[in-house]
Design a protein around this ligand. Sequence first.
Ligand SMILES: [Zn+2]
Ligand SMILES: [Zn+2]
Length: 373
Amino acid sequence: MTTFDVFAVGCGGGPYEDNLSSYFVKARDALWKDGIVAIEAGSGLGALRRLLKTRPEVFSLPTETDTSHKLAPAEVYSWIRSYLISHPHLDHLSGLVLSAGSTASTSTPVYGTQHTLETIADIFSGKIWPALASWTDEPGKPLRLSRLSPEDGYVSIADSLSVRTMVVSHGPSSPTSSSSEHPPYESSAFFLRHDPSARELLFFGDVEPDALSTHPQNRDVWRTAAPKIPDVLSALFIECSWPDGRPDEQLYGHLSPAHLTEELCNLAREVVASRARSRVTSGDESSSSSDSERPSIRRRKRLRRSDSDVQDIDVRGALSGLRVYIIHCKDDLQETYESPIHEVIAGQVRTLVDDRGLGAEIVAVEQGMLISI
Ligand SMILES: [Zn+2]
Ligand SMILES: [Zn+2]
């Protein structure tokens, strides 16, 4: 059963501007022209123009065998029903900014946290770029800033699609500022839900490892995701900006293969703990009428133990059925590697994940890839 289509308009971590974070998403049973959710908007019309030449079939109707009707990039862009932006770094929104005055968009919602939207509002203040975004439904404004808060739970952002937002940390706001002086830069993780089937995917914006963070927040996301894996949630999009061997002090708020693997181990521990908890709970429920007090106390003790000993849990196979899509790999400017950098990094992650026996499948995302989930 497939639920989502995800098209990678751009999936790199910069600095090449023609392949920056930008994903078109729709429900599998819907048509692209009936509404696209754009998760991030780094690369925009230019990348799309190039991709439409090599992959014109992606956006054509299923009944269209003749793809000679050339879709213009602006036409596909006009199908965007809403934007979902994880954080306001340029590589995640430059396409949105550059296209805002040129497309047919009217009051298209741009969803993000308060921090993200306030910064986007600064861009559209009339100094960096014309005032094309509004906090209200102002006539004539192409974009409407629409606040998402972690407290809101799931918020409908398109036909049949809802999002739940969680805040994550993205390193010090300046490479020279000590992280003890400033809170970490704020980014987001999104649980995107297909409402009719209740299936979800999990998308991380840029994120630093909990192990290096002054304000670790990834564990909360893993704890939320764990009970859903793999039946409800079988796809995780997460960055791995750097290849192995890069020193921790030069990660600048991003993940490397070793740190991503540690994060996936944390997720795996949460999955095992969650399954243990649900076994205990269902055991309690099935025997509540006939059970004496003593076994139920024993179960509660077991439940507490599964929380506190979470580091010692055997995680082998815990992530079976989960696909981890590696994104935001930073371009290899020195051209050190013979293979494309996303394949190098994904290969390193795969080796580490396989060594730990986690059971997750590691996929290198490349630009122009159509992913069915
Ligand atoms: Zn980025
Ligand atoms: Zn960033």
